[in-house]
Design a protein around this ligand. Structure first.
Ligand code: SER
Length: 879
């Protein structure tokens, strides 16, 4: 019987459990405490500290099915994914671990038993062969003597990767950390498949496939290359679940195992593709696994490190989807089928399904926009060209700048009988790579994550405009030579007056301009390591690396920001005066419109306290104090009492902002010259932002003035509406309230009168069925709530009755049912309501004696009221 992937996973864990191993759940794909790893790439990662002797193990034998990602760092399989039978970005690694318990001999015996015993995986012994580290004679002997493997099926592998310990049979987690010799077990798929023995020149073929790696951890590798023996030898084994499943299910490609086949079927169905043998299906199947689990484990797509890897994976998958003909938004729909196929391993994913789908959906939309822009450019180029071939440079620009897949361009061109210059495309790609390598100030790593080492000089403390030279241009997260009109991008200059987002202050806005109306509109400015990136859109012309531009900060915007920033310092000092020194800054936001200041304080401020703080700040503004900047040693600043954020790391020399005798703080932001520039300070709100943290929002300058006018303007409008002058407003509003209250009372009385009249009539309409009084009626009342009064009234007067009343108001049917206590053994008000509500498409509820519902099907009411009579009659049991 063929076992499913889930069964194989479980059988592995059961086997080791039966051998005294504790089953531990998979760790997330991100190990927050381990900065040496981009992603979890092996089962042993979560036990690193135990291997190193830094943590005591709770169990000495452990087994896991660990989710892993290999798209960066030492183990990176991304380029191979989709094009080989066995490579994945995401995969599950089955493993058993011994911490100072068993070592080589038992590890090998256990592996052999699981693989070959007919009780377990039952693989034919003659299909298995192994490799050992050339110097590891012990392991060689165990395979030869204890297991009885013929010598020709034990292959020694030395340092085949160019330096000491650089070997396929010496495993290390990353550049540093636990490592040791390993022995790999291979499965022979048969002579009909191409490929040589491990260690031979054609080992790259598919005939001999590594299925299990047994690592004997013995050393800790330090960053200088030295190997320090571990406190206790340990075992770490890893078997790719997808590979062993392929072997056990007798299929050659991992993508043909049940798990992937089901997932691929879902992809075919969701994309509606007819290309059912296309490699893109493999890419999507692989990438939905990595993307979904990355998001479930807390990574969100953006342009930095792990988040950037996620973004590229999503884009790659979405592009492949489009080549299959998928509609927009297909990718997030794959989460549900993925959860289904991953079975027990999908627990985390199941928990965060909604979030994962939402993140994928939003990212896919962003990706769509990029593709849309690319399409626009392509159409422009095609309308310009009179050739019957689209040149390689444009092809490359589409690919490079807009992430436009070449197949898509080919499709569009085919419709117009235009061919594409693929050779030119490859050439342009090579040239770009070369340029990237040669360029200074940045490099991209294996994942194309941008590392910018350029340093920009910030001159914004002294000026708001200057001429600068472009150092780097980034479009679509790639470094390019030129940005063209219509493109969004990031431009880095040698020096800049633009303040980059930081210390709570937002990044500056403005323009970069050059000859011929070339204009880059800057929406935000941010730090990229030591560089300052201007983020925006080129509206006219083109800009290239090396061009000189006039960089101009939006002056009005920056001045408003300055006022708010200086006011924030005054606010902090005032708060400490009124509420005491336990007030410390917890966060802030300073933009041109307002300022927000979060601080530690455990109760809401009273109105008097808020007023007092506001008054103190305004007093400092009226004193028109100078705002001075001093650069000094951190220690000196702290001795002078400068406020600092404990969460922040400061350099030895710091920038200190001093407002006379009133405030002294470490600050890198931009500020007014004197407090008088602020003009006016006004607190607009005081609220709680987290436990023990209060938040003040405030405005300054003109904004404060206009906010202060708001209530006066509103009062004027009200006075005008009521046709009185300001002085009489209070009196007028009081008399209006009295008037409304009197009218409400009158209305209530009238409704009551109406109910009494109506109930008199209804009593007369009561019919008798099997000696029980029944009232069924459609009544006209001014408000549905009167129905309840009526039912109560009828119950009171009739003493014993079943009542159904309905009315129509605001296009809806309202129903109230009532059954007196003595009759509930026949039917109840809720049962009656349920019967009726269904017919009028309504919803409601209540008790045994009184229930009410509202429904939308007005037309059904007459029939419902007619039918209910015989329904009640059927319910009445004659005892
Ligand atoms: N750590 C080894 C590997 O990843 C065995 O688990 O191959």
């Amino acid at each position: 019987m063929i076992k499913s992937t889930s069964q194989i996973r479980q059988e592995f864990l059961n086997f080791f459990h039966s051998k005294g191993h504790q089953i531990i759940t998979s760790s997330p794909l991100i190990l927050p405490d381990d900065t040496t790893l981009l992603f979890t790439n092996a089962g042993m990662n979560q036990f690193k500290d135990i291997f190193l002797g830094q943590k005591k193990p709770k169990y000495t034998r452990i087994t896991t099915a660990q989710r892993c990602l290999r798209v960066g760092g030492k183990h990176n399989d991304l380029e191979k994914v989709g094009y080989t039978a066995r490579h994945h970005t995401f995969f599950e690694m089955l493993g058993n671990f011994s911490f100072g318990d068993y070592f080589k001999q038992e590890a090998i015996s256990l592996a052999w038993e699981l693989l070959t015993s007919s009780k377990w995986f039952g693989l034919p012994k003659d299909k298995l062969l192994v490799t050992v580290y050339a110097d590891d004679h012990d392991t060689f002997k165990i395979w030869e003597k204890k297991i009885g493997l013929p010598l020709e099926r034990i292959i020694r592998i030395g340092d085949n990767r160019g330096s000491a310990y650089a070997s396929d049979n010496f495993w290390q987690m990353s550049e540093t950390g636990p490592c040791g010799p390993c022995s790999e077990i291979f499965f022979d798929h048969g002579a009909h498949i191409k490929g040589g023995l491990p260690g031979s020149t054609d080992e790259g073929g598919d005939r001999y496939i590594e299925i299990w790696n047994l690592v004997f951890m013995q050393f800790n590798r330090k960053s200088n290359g030295t190997m320090i023996p571990l406190p206790m030898p340990a075992v770490d084994t890893g078997m790719g679940l997808e590979r062993i499943t392929a072997v056990l299910q007798n299929v050659h490609s991992n993508y043909n195992i049940d798990l992937f086949q089901k997932l691929i079927q879902s992809i075919i169905q969701i994309t509606g593709t007819t290309k059912i043998h296309d490699k893109s299906l493999h890419v999507i199947a692989d990438h939905i696994r990595s993307c979904a689990f990355l998001i479930a484990d807390g990574v969100l797509p953006s342009n930095e490190n792990r988040s950037y890897v996620l973004r590229r994976l999503i884009r790659r998958a979405v592009r492949h989807g489009y080549t299959l003909g998928a509609q927009k938004g297909f990718f997030c729909k794959l989460v549900s089928p993925l959860i289904h196929v991953m079975d027990e391993s999908a627990e985390t994913l199941k928990r965060y399904q909604n979030k994962v789908e939402q993140v994928l959906k939003t990212e896919e939309e962003k990706c769509d926009k990029t593709l849309e822009k690319g399409l626009f450019l392509l159409n422009q180029e095609l309308s310009k060209t009179s050739d019957d071939t689209l040149n390689g440079e444009t092809l490359f620009r589409l690919y490079d700048t807009f992430g436009f897949p070449i197949e898509l361009v080919e499709d569009i061109c085919r419709e117009r009988h235009i061919s594409v210059d693929k050779v030119g495309f490859t050439l342009a790609m090579k040239e770009q790579r070369q340029r990237a390598r040669n360029a200074s100030g940045f490099h991209t790593n294996y994942n194309n994550v941008l590392y910018i080492t350029h340093k920009s000089e910030f001159k914004g403390y002294d000026c708001l405009q200057l001429n600068a030279v472009i150092s780097i241009v980034i479009v679509n997260e790639e470094i390019v030579d030129t940005i063209y009109a219509g493109q969004d991008g990031v431009i880095i200059l040698d020096c800049t007056p633009f303040y980059p987002e930081g210390g709570g202050q937002v990044g500056d806005q403005g323009t970069l301009t050059a000859h011929n109306h070339t204009c880059f509109i800057i929406k935000n400015t941010k730090k990229y390591a030591q560089a300052i990136g201007h983020i925006g859109t080129l509206t006219h012309g083109r800009l290239s690396k090396g061009d000189t531009v006039l960089a101009q900060v939006d002056k009005e915007n920056q001045i408003s920001i300055r006022l708010n920033h200086s006011a924030t310092h005054l606010l902090q000092a005032a708060l400490r005066l009124i509420l005491g020194p336990k007030v410390t800054q917890k966060g802030s936001l300073i933009n041109a419109q307002y300022l927000r200041f979060d601080f530690s304080y455990d109760q809401p401020m009273t109105q008097a306290e808020t007023r007092e703080v506001e008054a103190i700040v305004n007093k400092q503004i009226r004193r028109n104090l100078p705002i001075e900047v001093h650069i000094m040693e951190l220690n000196k600043a702290i001795t002078l009492g400068a406020m600092a954020l404990f969460t922040e790391k400061y350099d030895q020399y710091v920038r200190v902002l001093k407002i006379d005798d009133f405030s002294i703080e470490l600050c890198g932001g931009t500020h007014a010259q004197r407090t008088g520039d602020i003009g006016l300070f006004h607190i607009t709100s005081e609220s709680g932002s987290a436990s023990g943290v209060r938040r003040i929002e405030a405005v300054t300058g003109e904004e404060a003035l206009s906010k202060i006018y708001h209530p006066y303007d509103a009062l004027s409008d009200i006075a005008q509406l009521l046709r009185v002058n300001h002085r009489n407003l209070y009196k007028k509003v009081s008399s209006l309230i009295d008037c409304v209250q009197t009218l409400e009372k009158k209305t209530q009385n009238l409704q009551h009168q109406q109910a009494i009249q109506e109930s008199l009539l209804l009593r007369k309409k009561a019919i008798e069925i099997k000696n029980i009084q029944i009232v069924i009626s459609h009544v006209n009342v001014s408000e549905p709530k009167i129905l309840r009064i009526l039912v109560d009234n009828l119950k009171h007067h009739l003493g014993s009755a079943i009542i159904v009343l309905a009315t129509i108001s605001n296009g809806k049917v309202s129903l109230v049912t009532g059954v007196t206590k003595d009759l509930t053994h026949h039917t109840t008000a809720t049962e009656l309501l349920k019967y009726l509500a269904k017919q009028i498409h309504g919803k409601g509820g209540g008790s045994q004696h009184l229930a009410q519902a509202t429904g939308v099907n007005i037309e059904a009411l007459p029939t419902a009221l007619t039918n209910v009579k015989s329904w009640i009659s059927d319910k009445i049991k004659i005892i």
